[in-house]
Design a protein around this ligand. Structure first.
Ligand SMILES: NC(=O)c1ccc[n+]([C@@H]2O[C@H](COP(=O)([O-])OP(=O)(O)OC[C@H]3O[C@@H](n4cnc5c(N)ncnc54)[C@H](O)[C@@H]3O)[C@@H](O)[C@H]2O)c1
Ligand SMILES: O=P(O)(O)OC[C@H](O)CO
Length: 315
């Protein structure tokens, strides 16, 4: 049985995809909200197959062969601690994208620090929950430092429509997924403020340079950043209004009200990344500006002038 912790949009979509492919799945919800009766998620337009056990009983995790953690990055450590006894020596796959504000580390490090006997992995890459739930073709990165465990997880979690590529570079995979959200907010701001598609292309490219700089300094393989979990997800998230990060940027750029209840991972991650950059002396101008914009410390006009007035340099 595969367990999914977190019955939000992504956790439910993964559960649906795996179950449709014939796997037995347990979906652990913090709040059932009648999902076990209606067999529907308020966040998806697809019925949940019968071979998904929807429950709020965490003891069900005990019999799982692997556990997917589909909760927001800033909640991951707390949820791992809460279910420590059920998860202690299992294969745990983070399905979130972000950097923990307190530890300034990614989801894989959070798993290893909380559950030293577990095998930690991350599933990340370009994918909207709606697309996965609808059975549309999707390709993701499965990163696990233990290649034997990674190969087994790749087989267990790939389905007819969900194709997983494998790497042992967990740092590169998780940083790509975390940082692309920050750049997507910047791109949304540019479009929301009417700065045009050329400005967005510039932000995507210079933002990608920041992703490569930080990830390289933290030990990532540069090639990982050009794969699905980096460039692939950057392309999707910076160009689609299905992205909550991009939509947060659109609202900030246009001066519209923001949806404070939405899971927008790039907002907290921009702060974590700014701290990491400062601590290591790495220049991250776009990420730093996004942190200030999200905290509404500066105007879009100031953000623009700050970026445009930087010294001219070699590419
Ligand atoms: N939605 C997508 O299209 C998508 C795609 C790829 C990756 N992701 C990633 O998946 C992660 C989750 O996103 P989502 O879209 O499912 O968000 P969501 O807001 O739809 O759901 C988050 C779920 O986490 C649960 N949760 C939050 N804090 C919790 C806690 N302390 N204890 C227990 N449960 C808790 C919530 O109850 C909710 O069910 C994010 O990191 C996101 O980047 C999402
Ligand atoms: O809605 P977002 O911005 O969290 O994006 C969802 C996925 O991360 C896209 O790959």
């Amino acid at each position: 049985m595969i367990a999914v912790v977190g019955a939000g949009a992504f956790g439910t979509a993964l559960a649906i995809s795996l179950a449709r492919d014939g796997r037995a799945v347990t979906l652990l919800a913090r709040d059932l909200r009648g999902m076990d009766q209606t067999r529907r998620s308020p966040k998806l337009d697809v019925a949940i197959p019968a071979n998904v056990l929807i429950t709020d009983d965490a003891t069900q995790l005990q019999s799982a062969e692997c556990v997917l953690m589909a909760v927001p990055a800033q909640s991951l450590r707390r949820v791992l601690e809460t279910h420590h006894d059920q998860l202690a020596n299992k294969r745990i796959v983070a399905c979130c994208k972000g950097i923990d504000l307190e530890t300034l580390t990614g989801p894989v490090a959070s798993i290893s620090a909380t559950l030293p006997d577990a095998t930690a992995a991350i599933l990340t890459g370009p994918s909207f929950a709606d697309d996965i739930a609808a059975g549309l073709p999707t390709a993701l990165t499965l990163a696990c430092a233990d290649d034997t465990a990674g190969r087994a997880l790749q087989q267990t979690l790939s389905t007819a429509n969900l194709r997983l590529y494998r790497t042992t570079d967990t740092i590169g995979a998780e940083l790509g997924g975390a940082l692309k959200n920050v750049i997507a907010i910047a791109c949304g701001v540019a479009i929301g403020a009417g700065l045009g598609d050329s400005a967005r292309a510039a932000l995507m490219t210079r933002g990608f340079a920041e992703m490569q700089r930080l990830a390289g300094a933290l030990g990532a393989d540069p090639q990982t950043l050009t794969g699905l979990s980096g460039l692939g997800d950057l392309a999707l998230t910076c160009t689609s209004t299905l992205s909550r990060n991009y939509r947060r940027g659109l609202a900030l750029g246009a001066g519209d009200q923001i949806d404070a209840a939405a899971t927008v991972e790039g907002a907290a991650t921009s702060v974590a990344v700014t701290d990491l950059g400062q601590a290591r002396g790495i220049d991250l101008p776009v990420c730093t500006i996004v942190a200030s914009l999200c905290a509404q410390k500066i105007s879009v006009e100031t953000a623009l002038q700050t970026l445009l007035s930087r010294p001219l340099k070699e590419e």
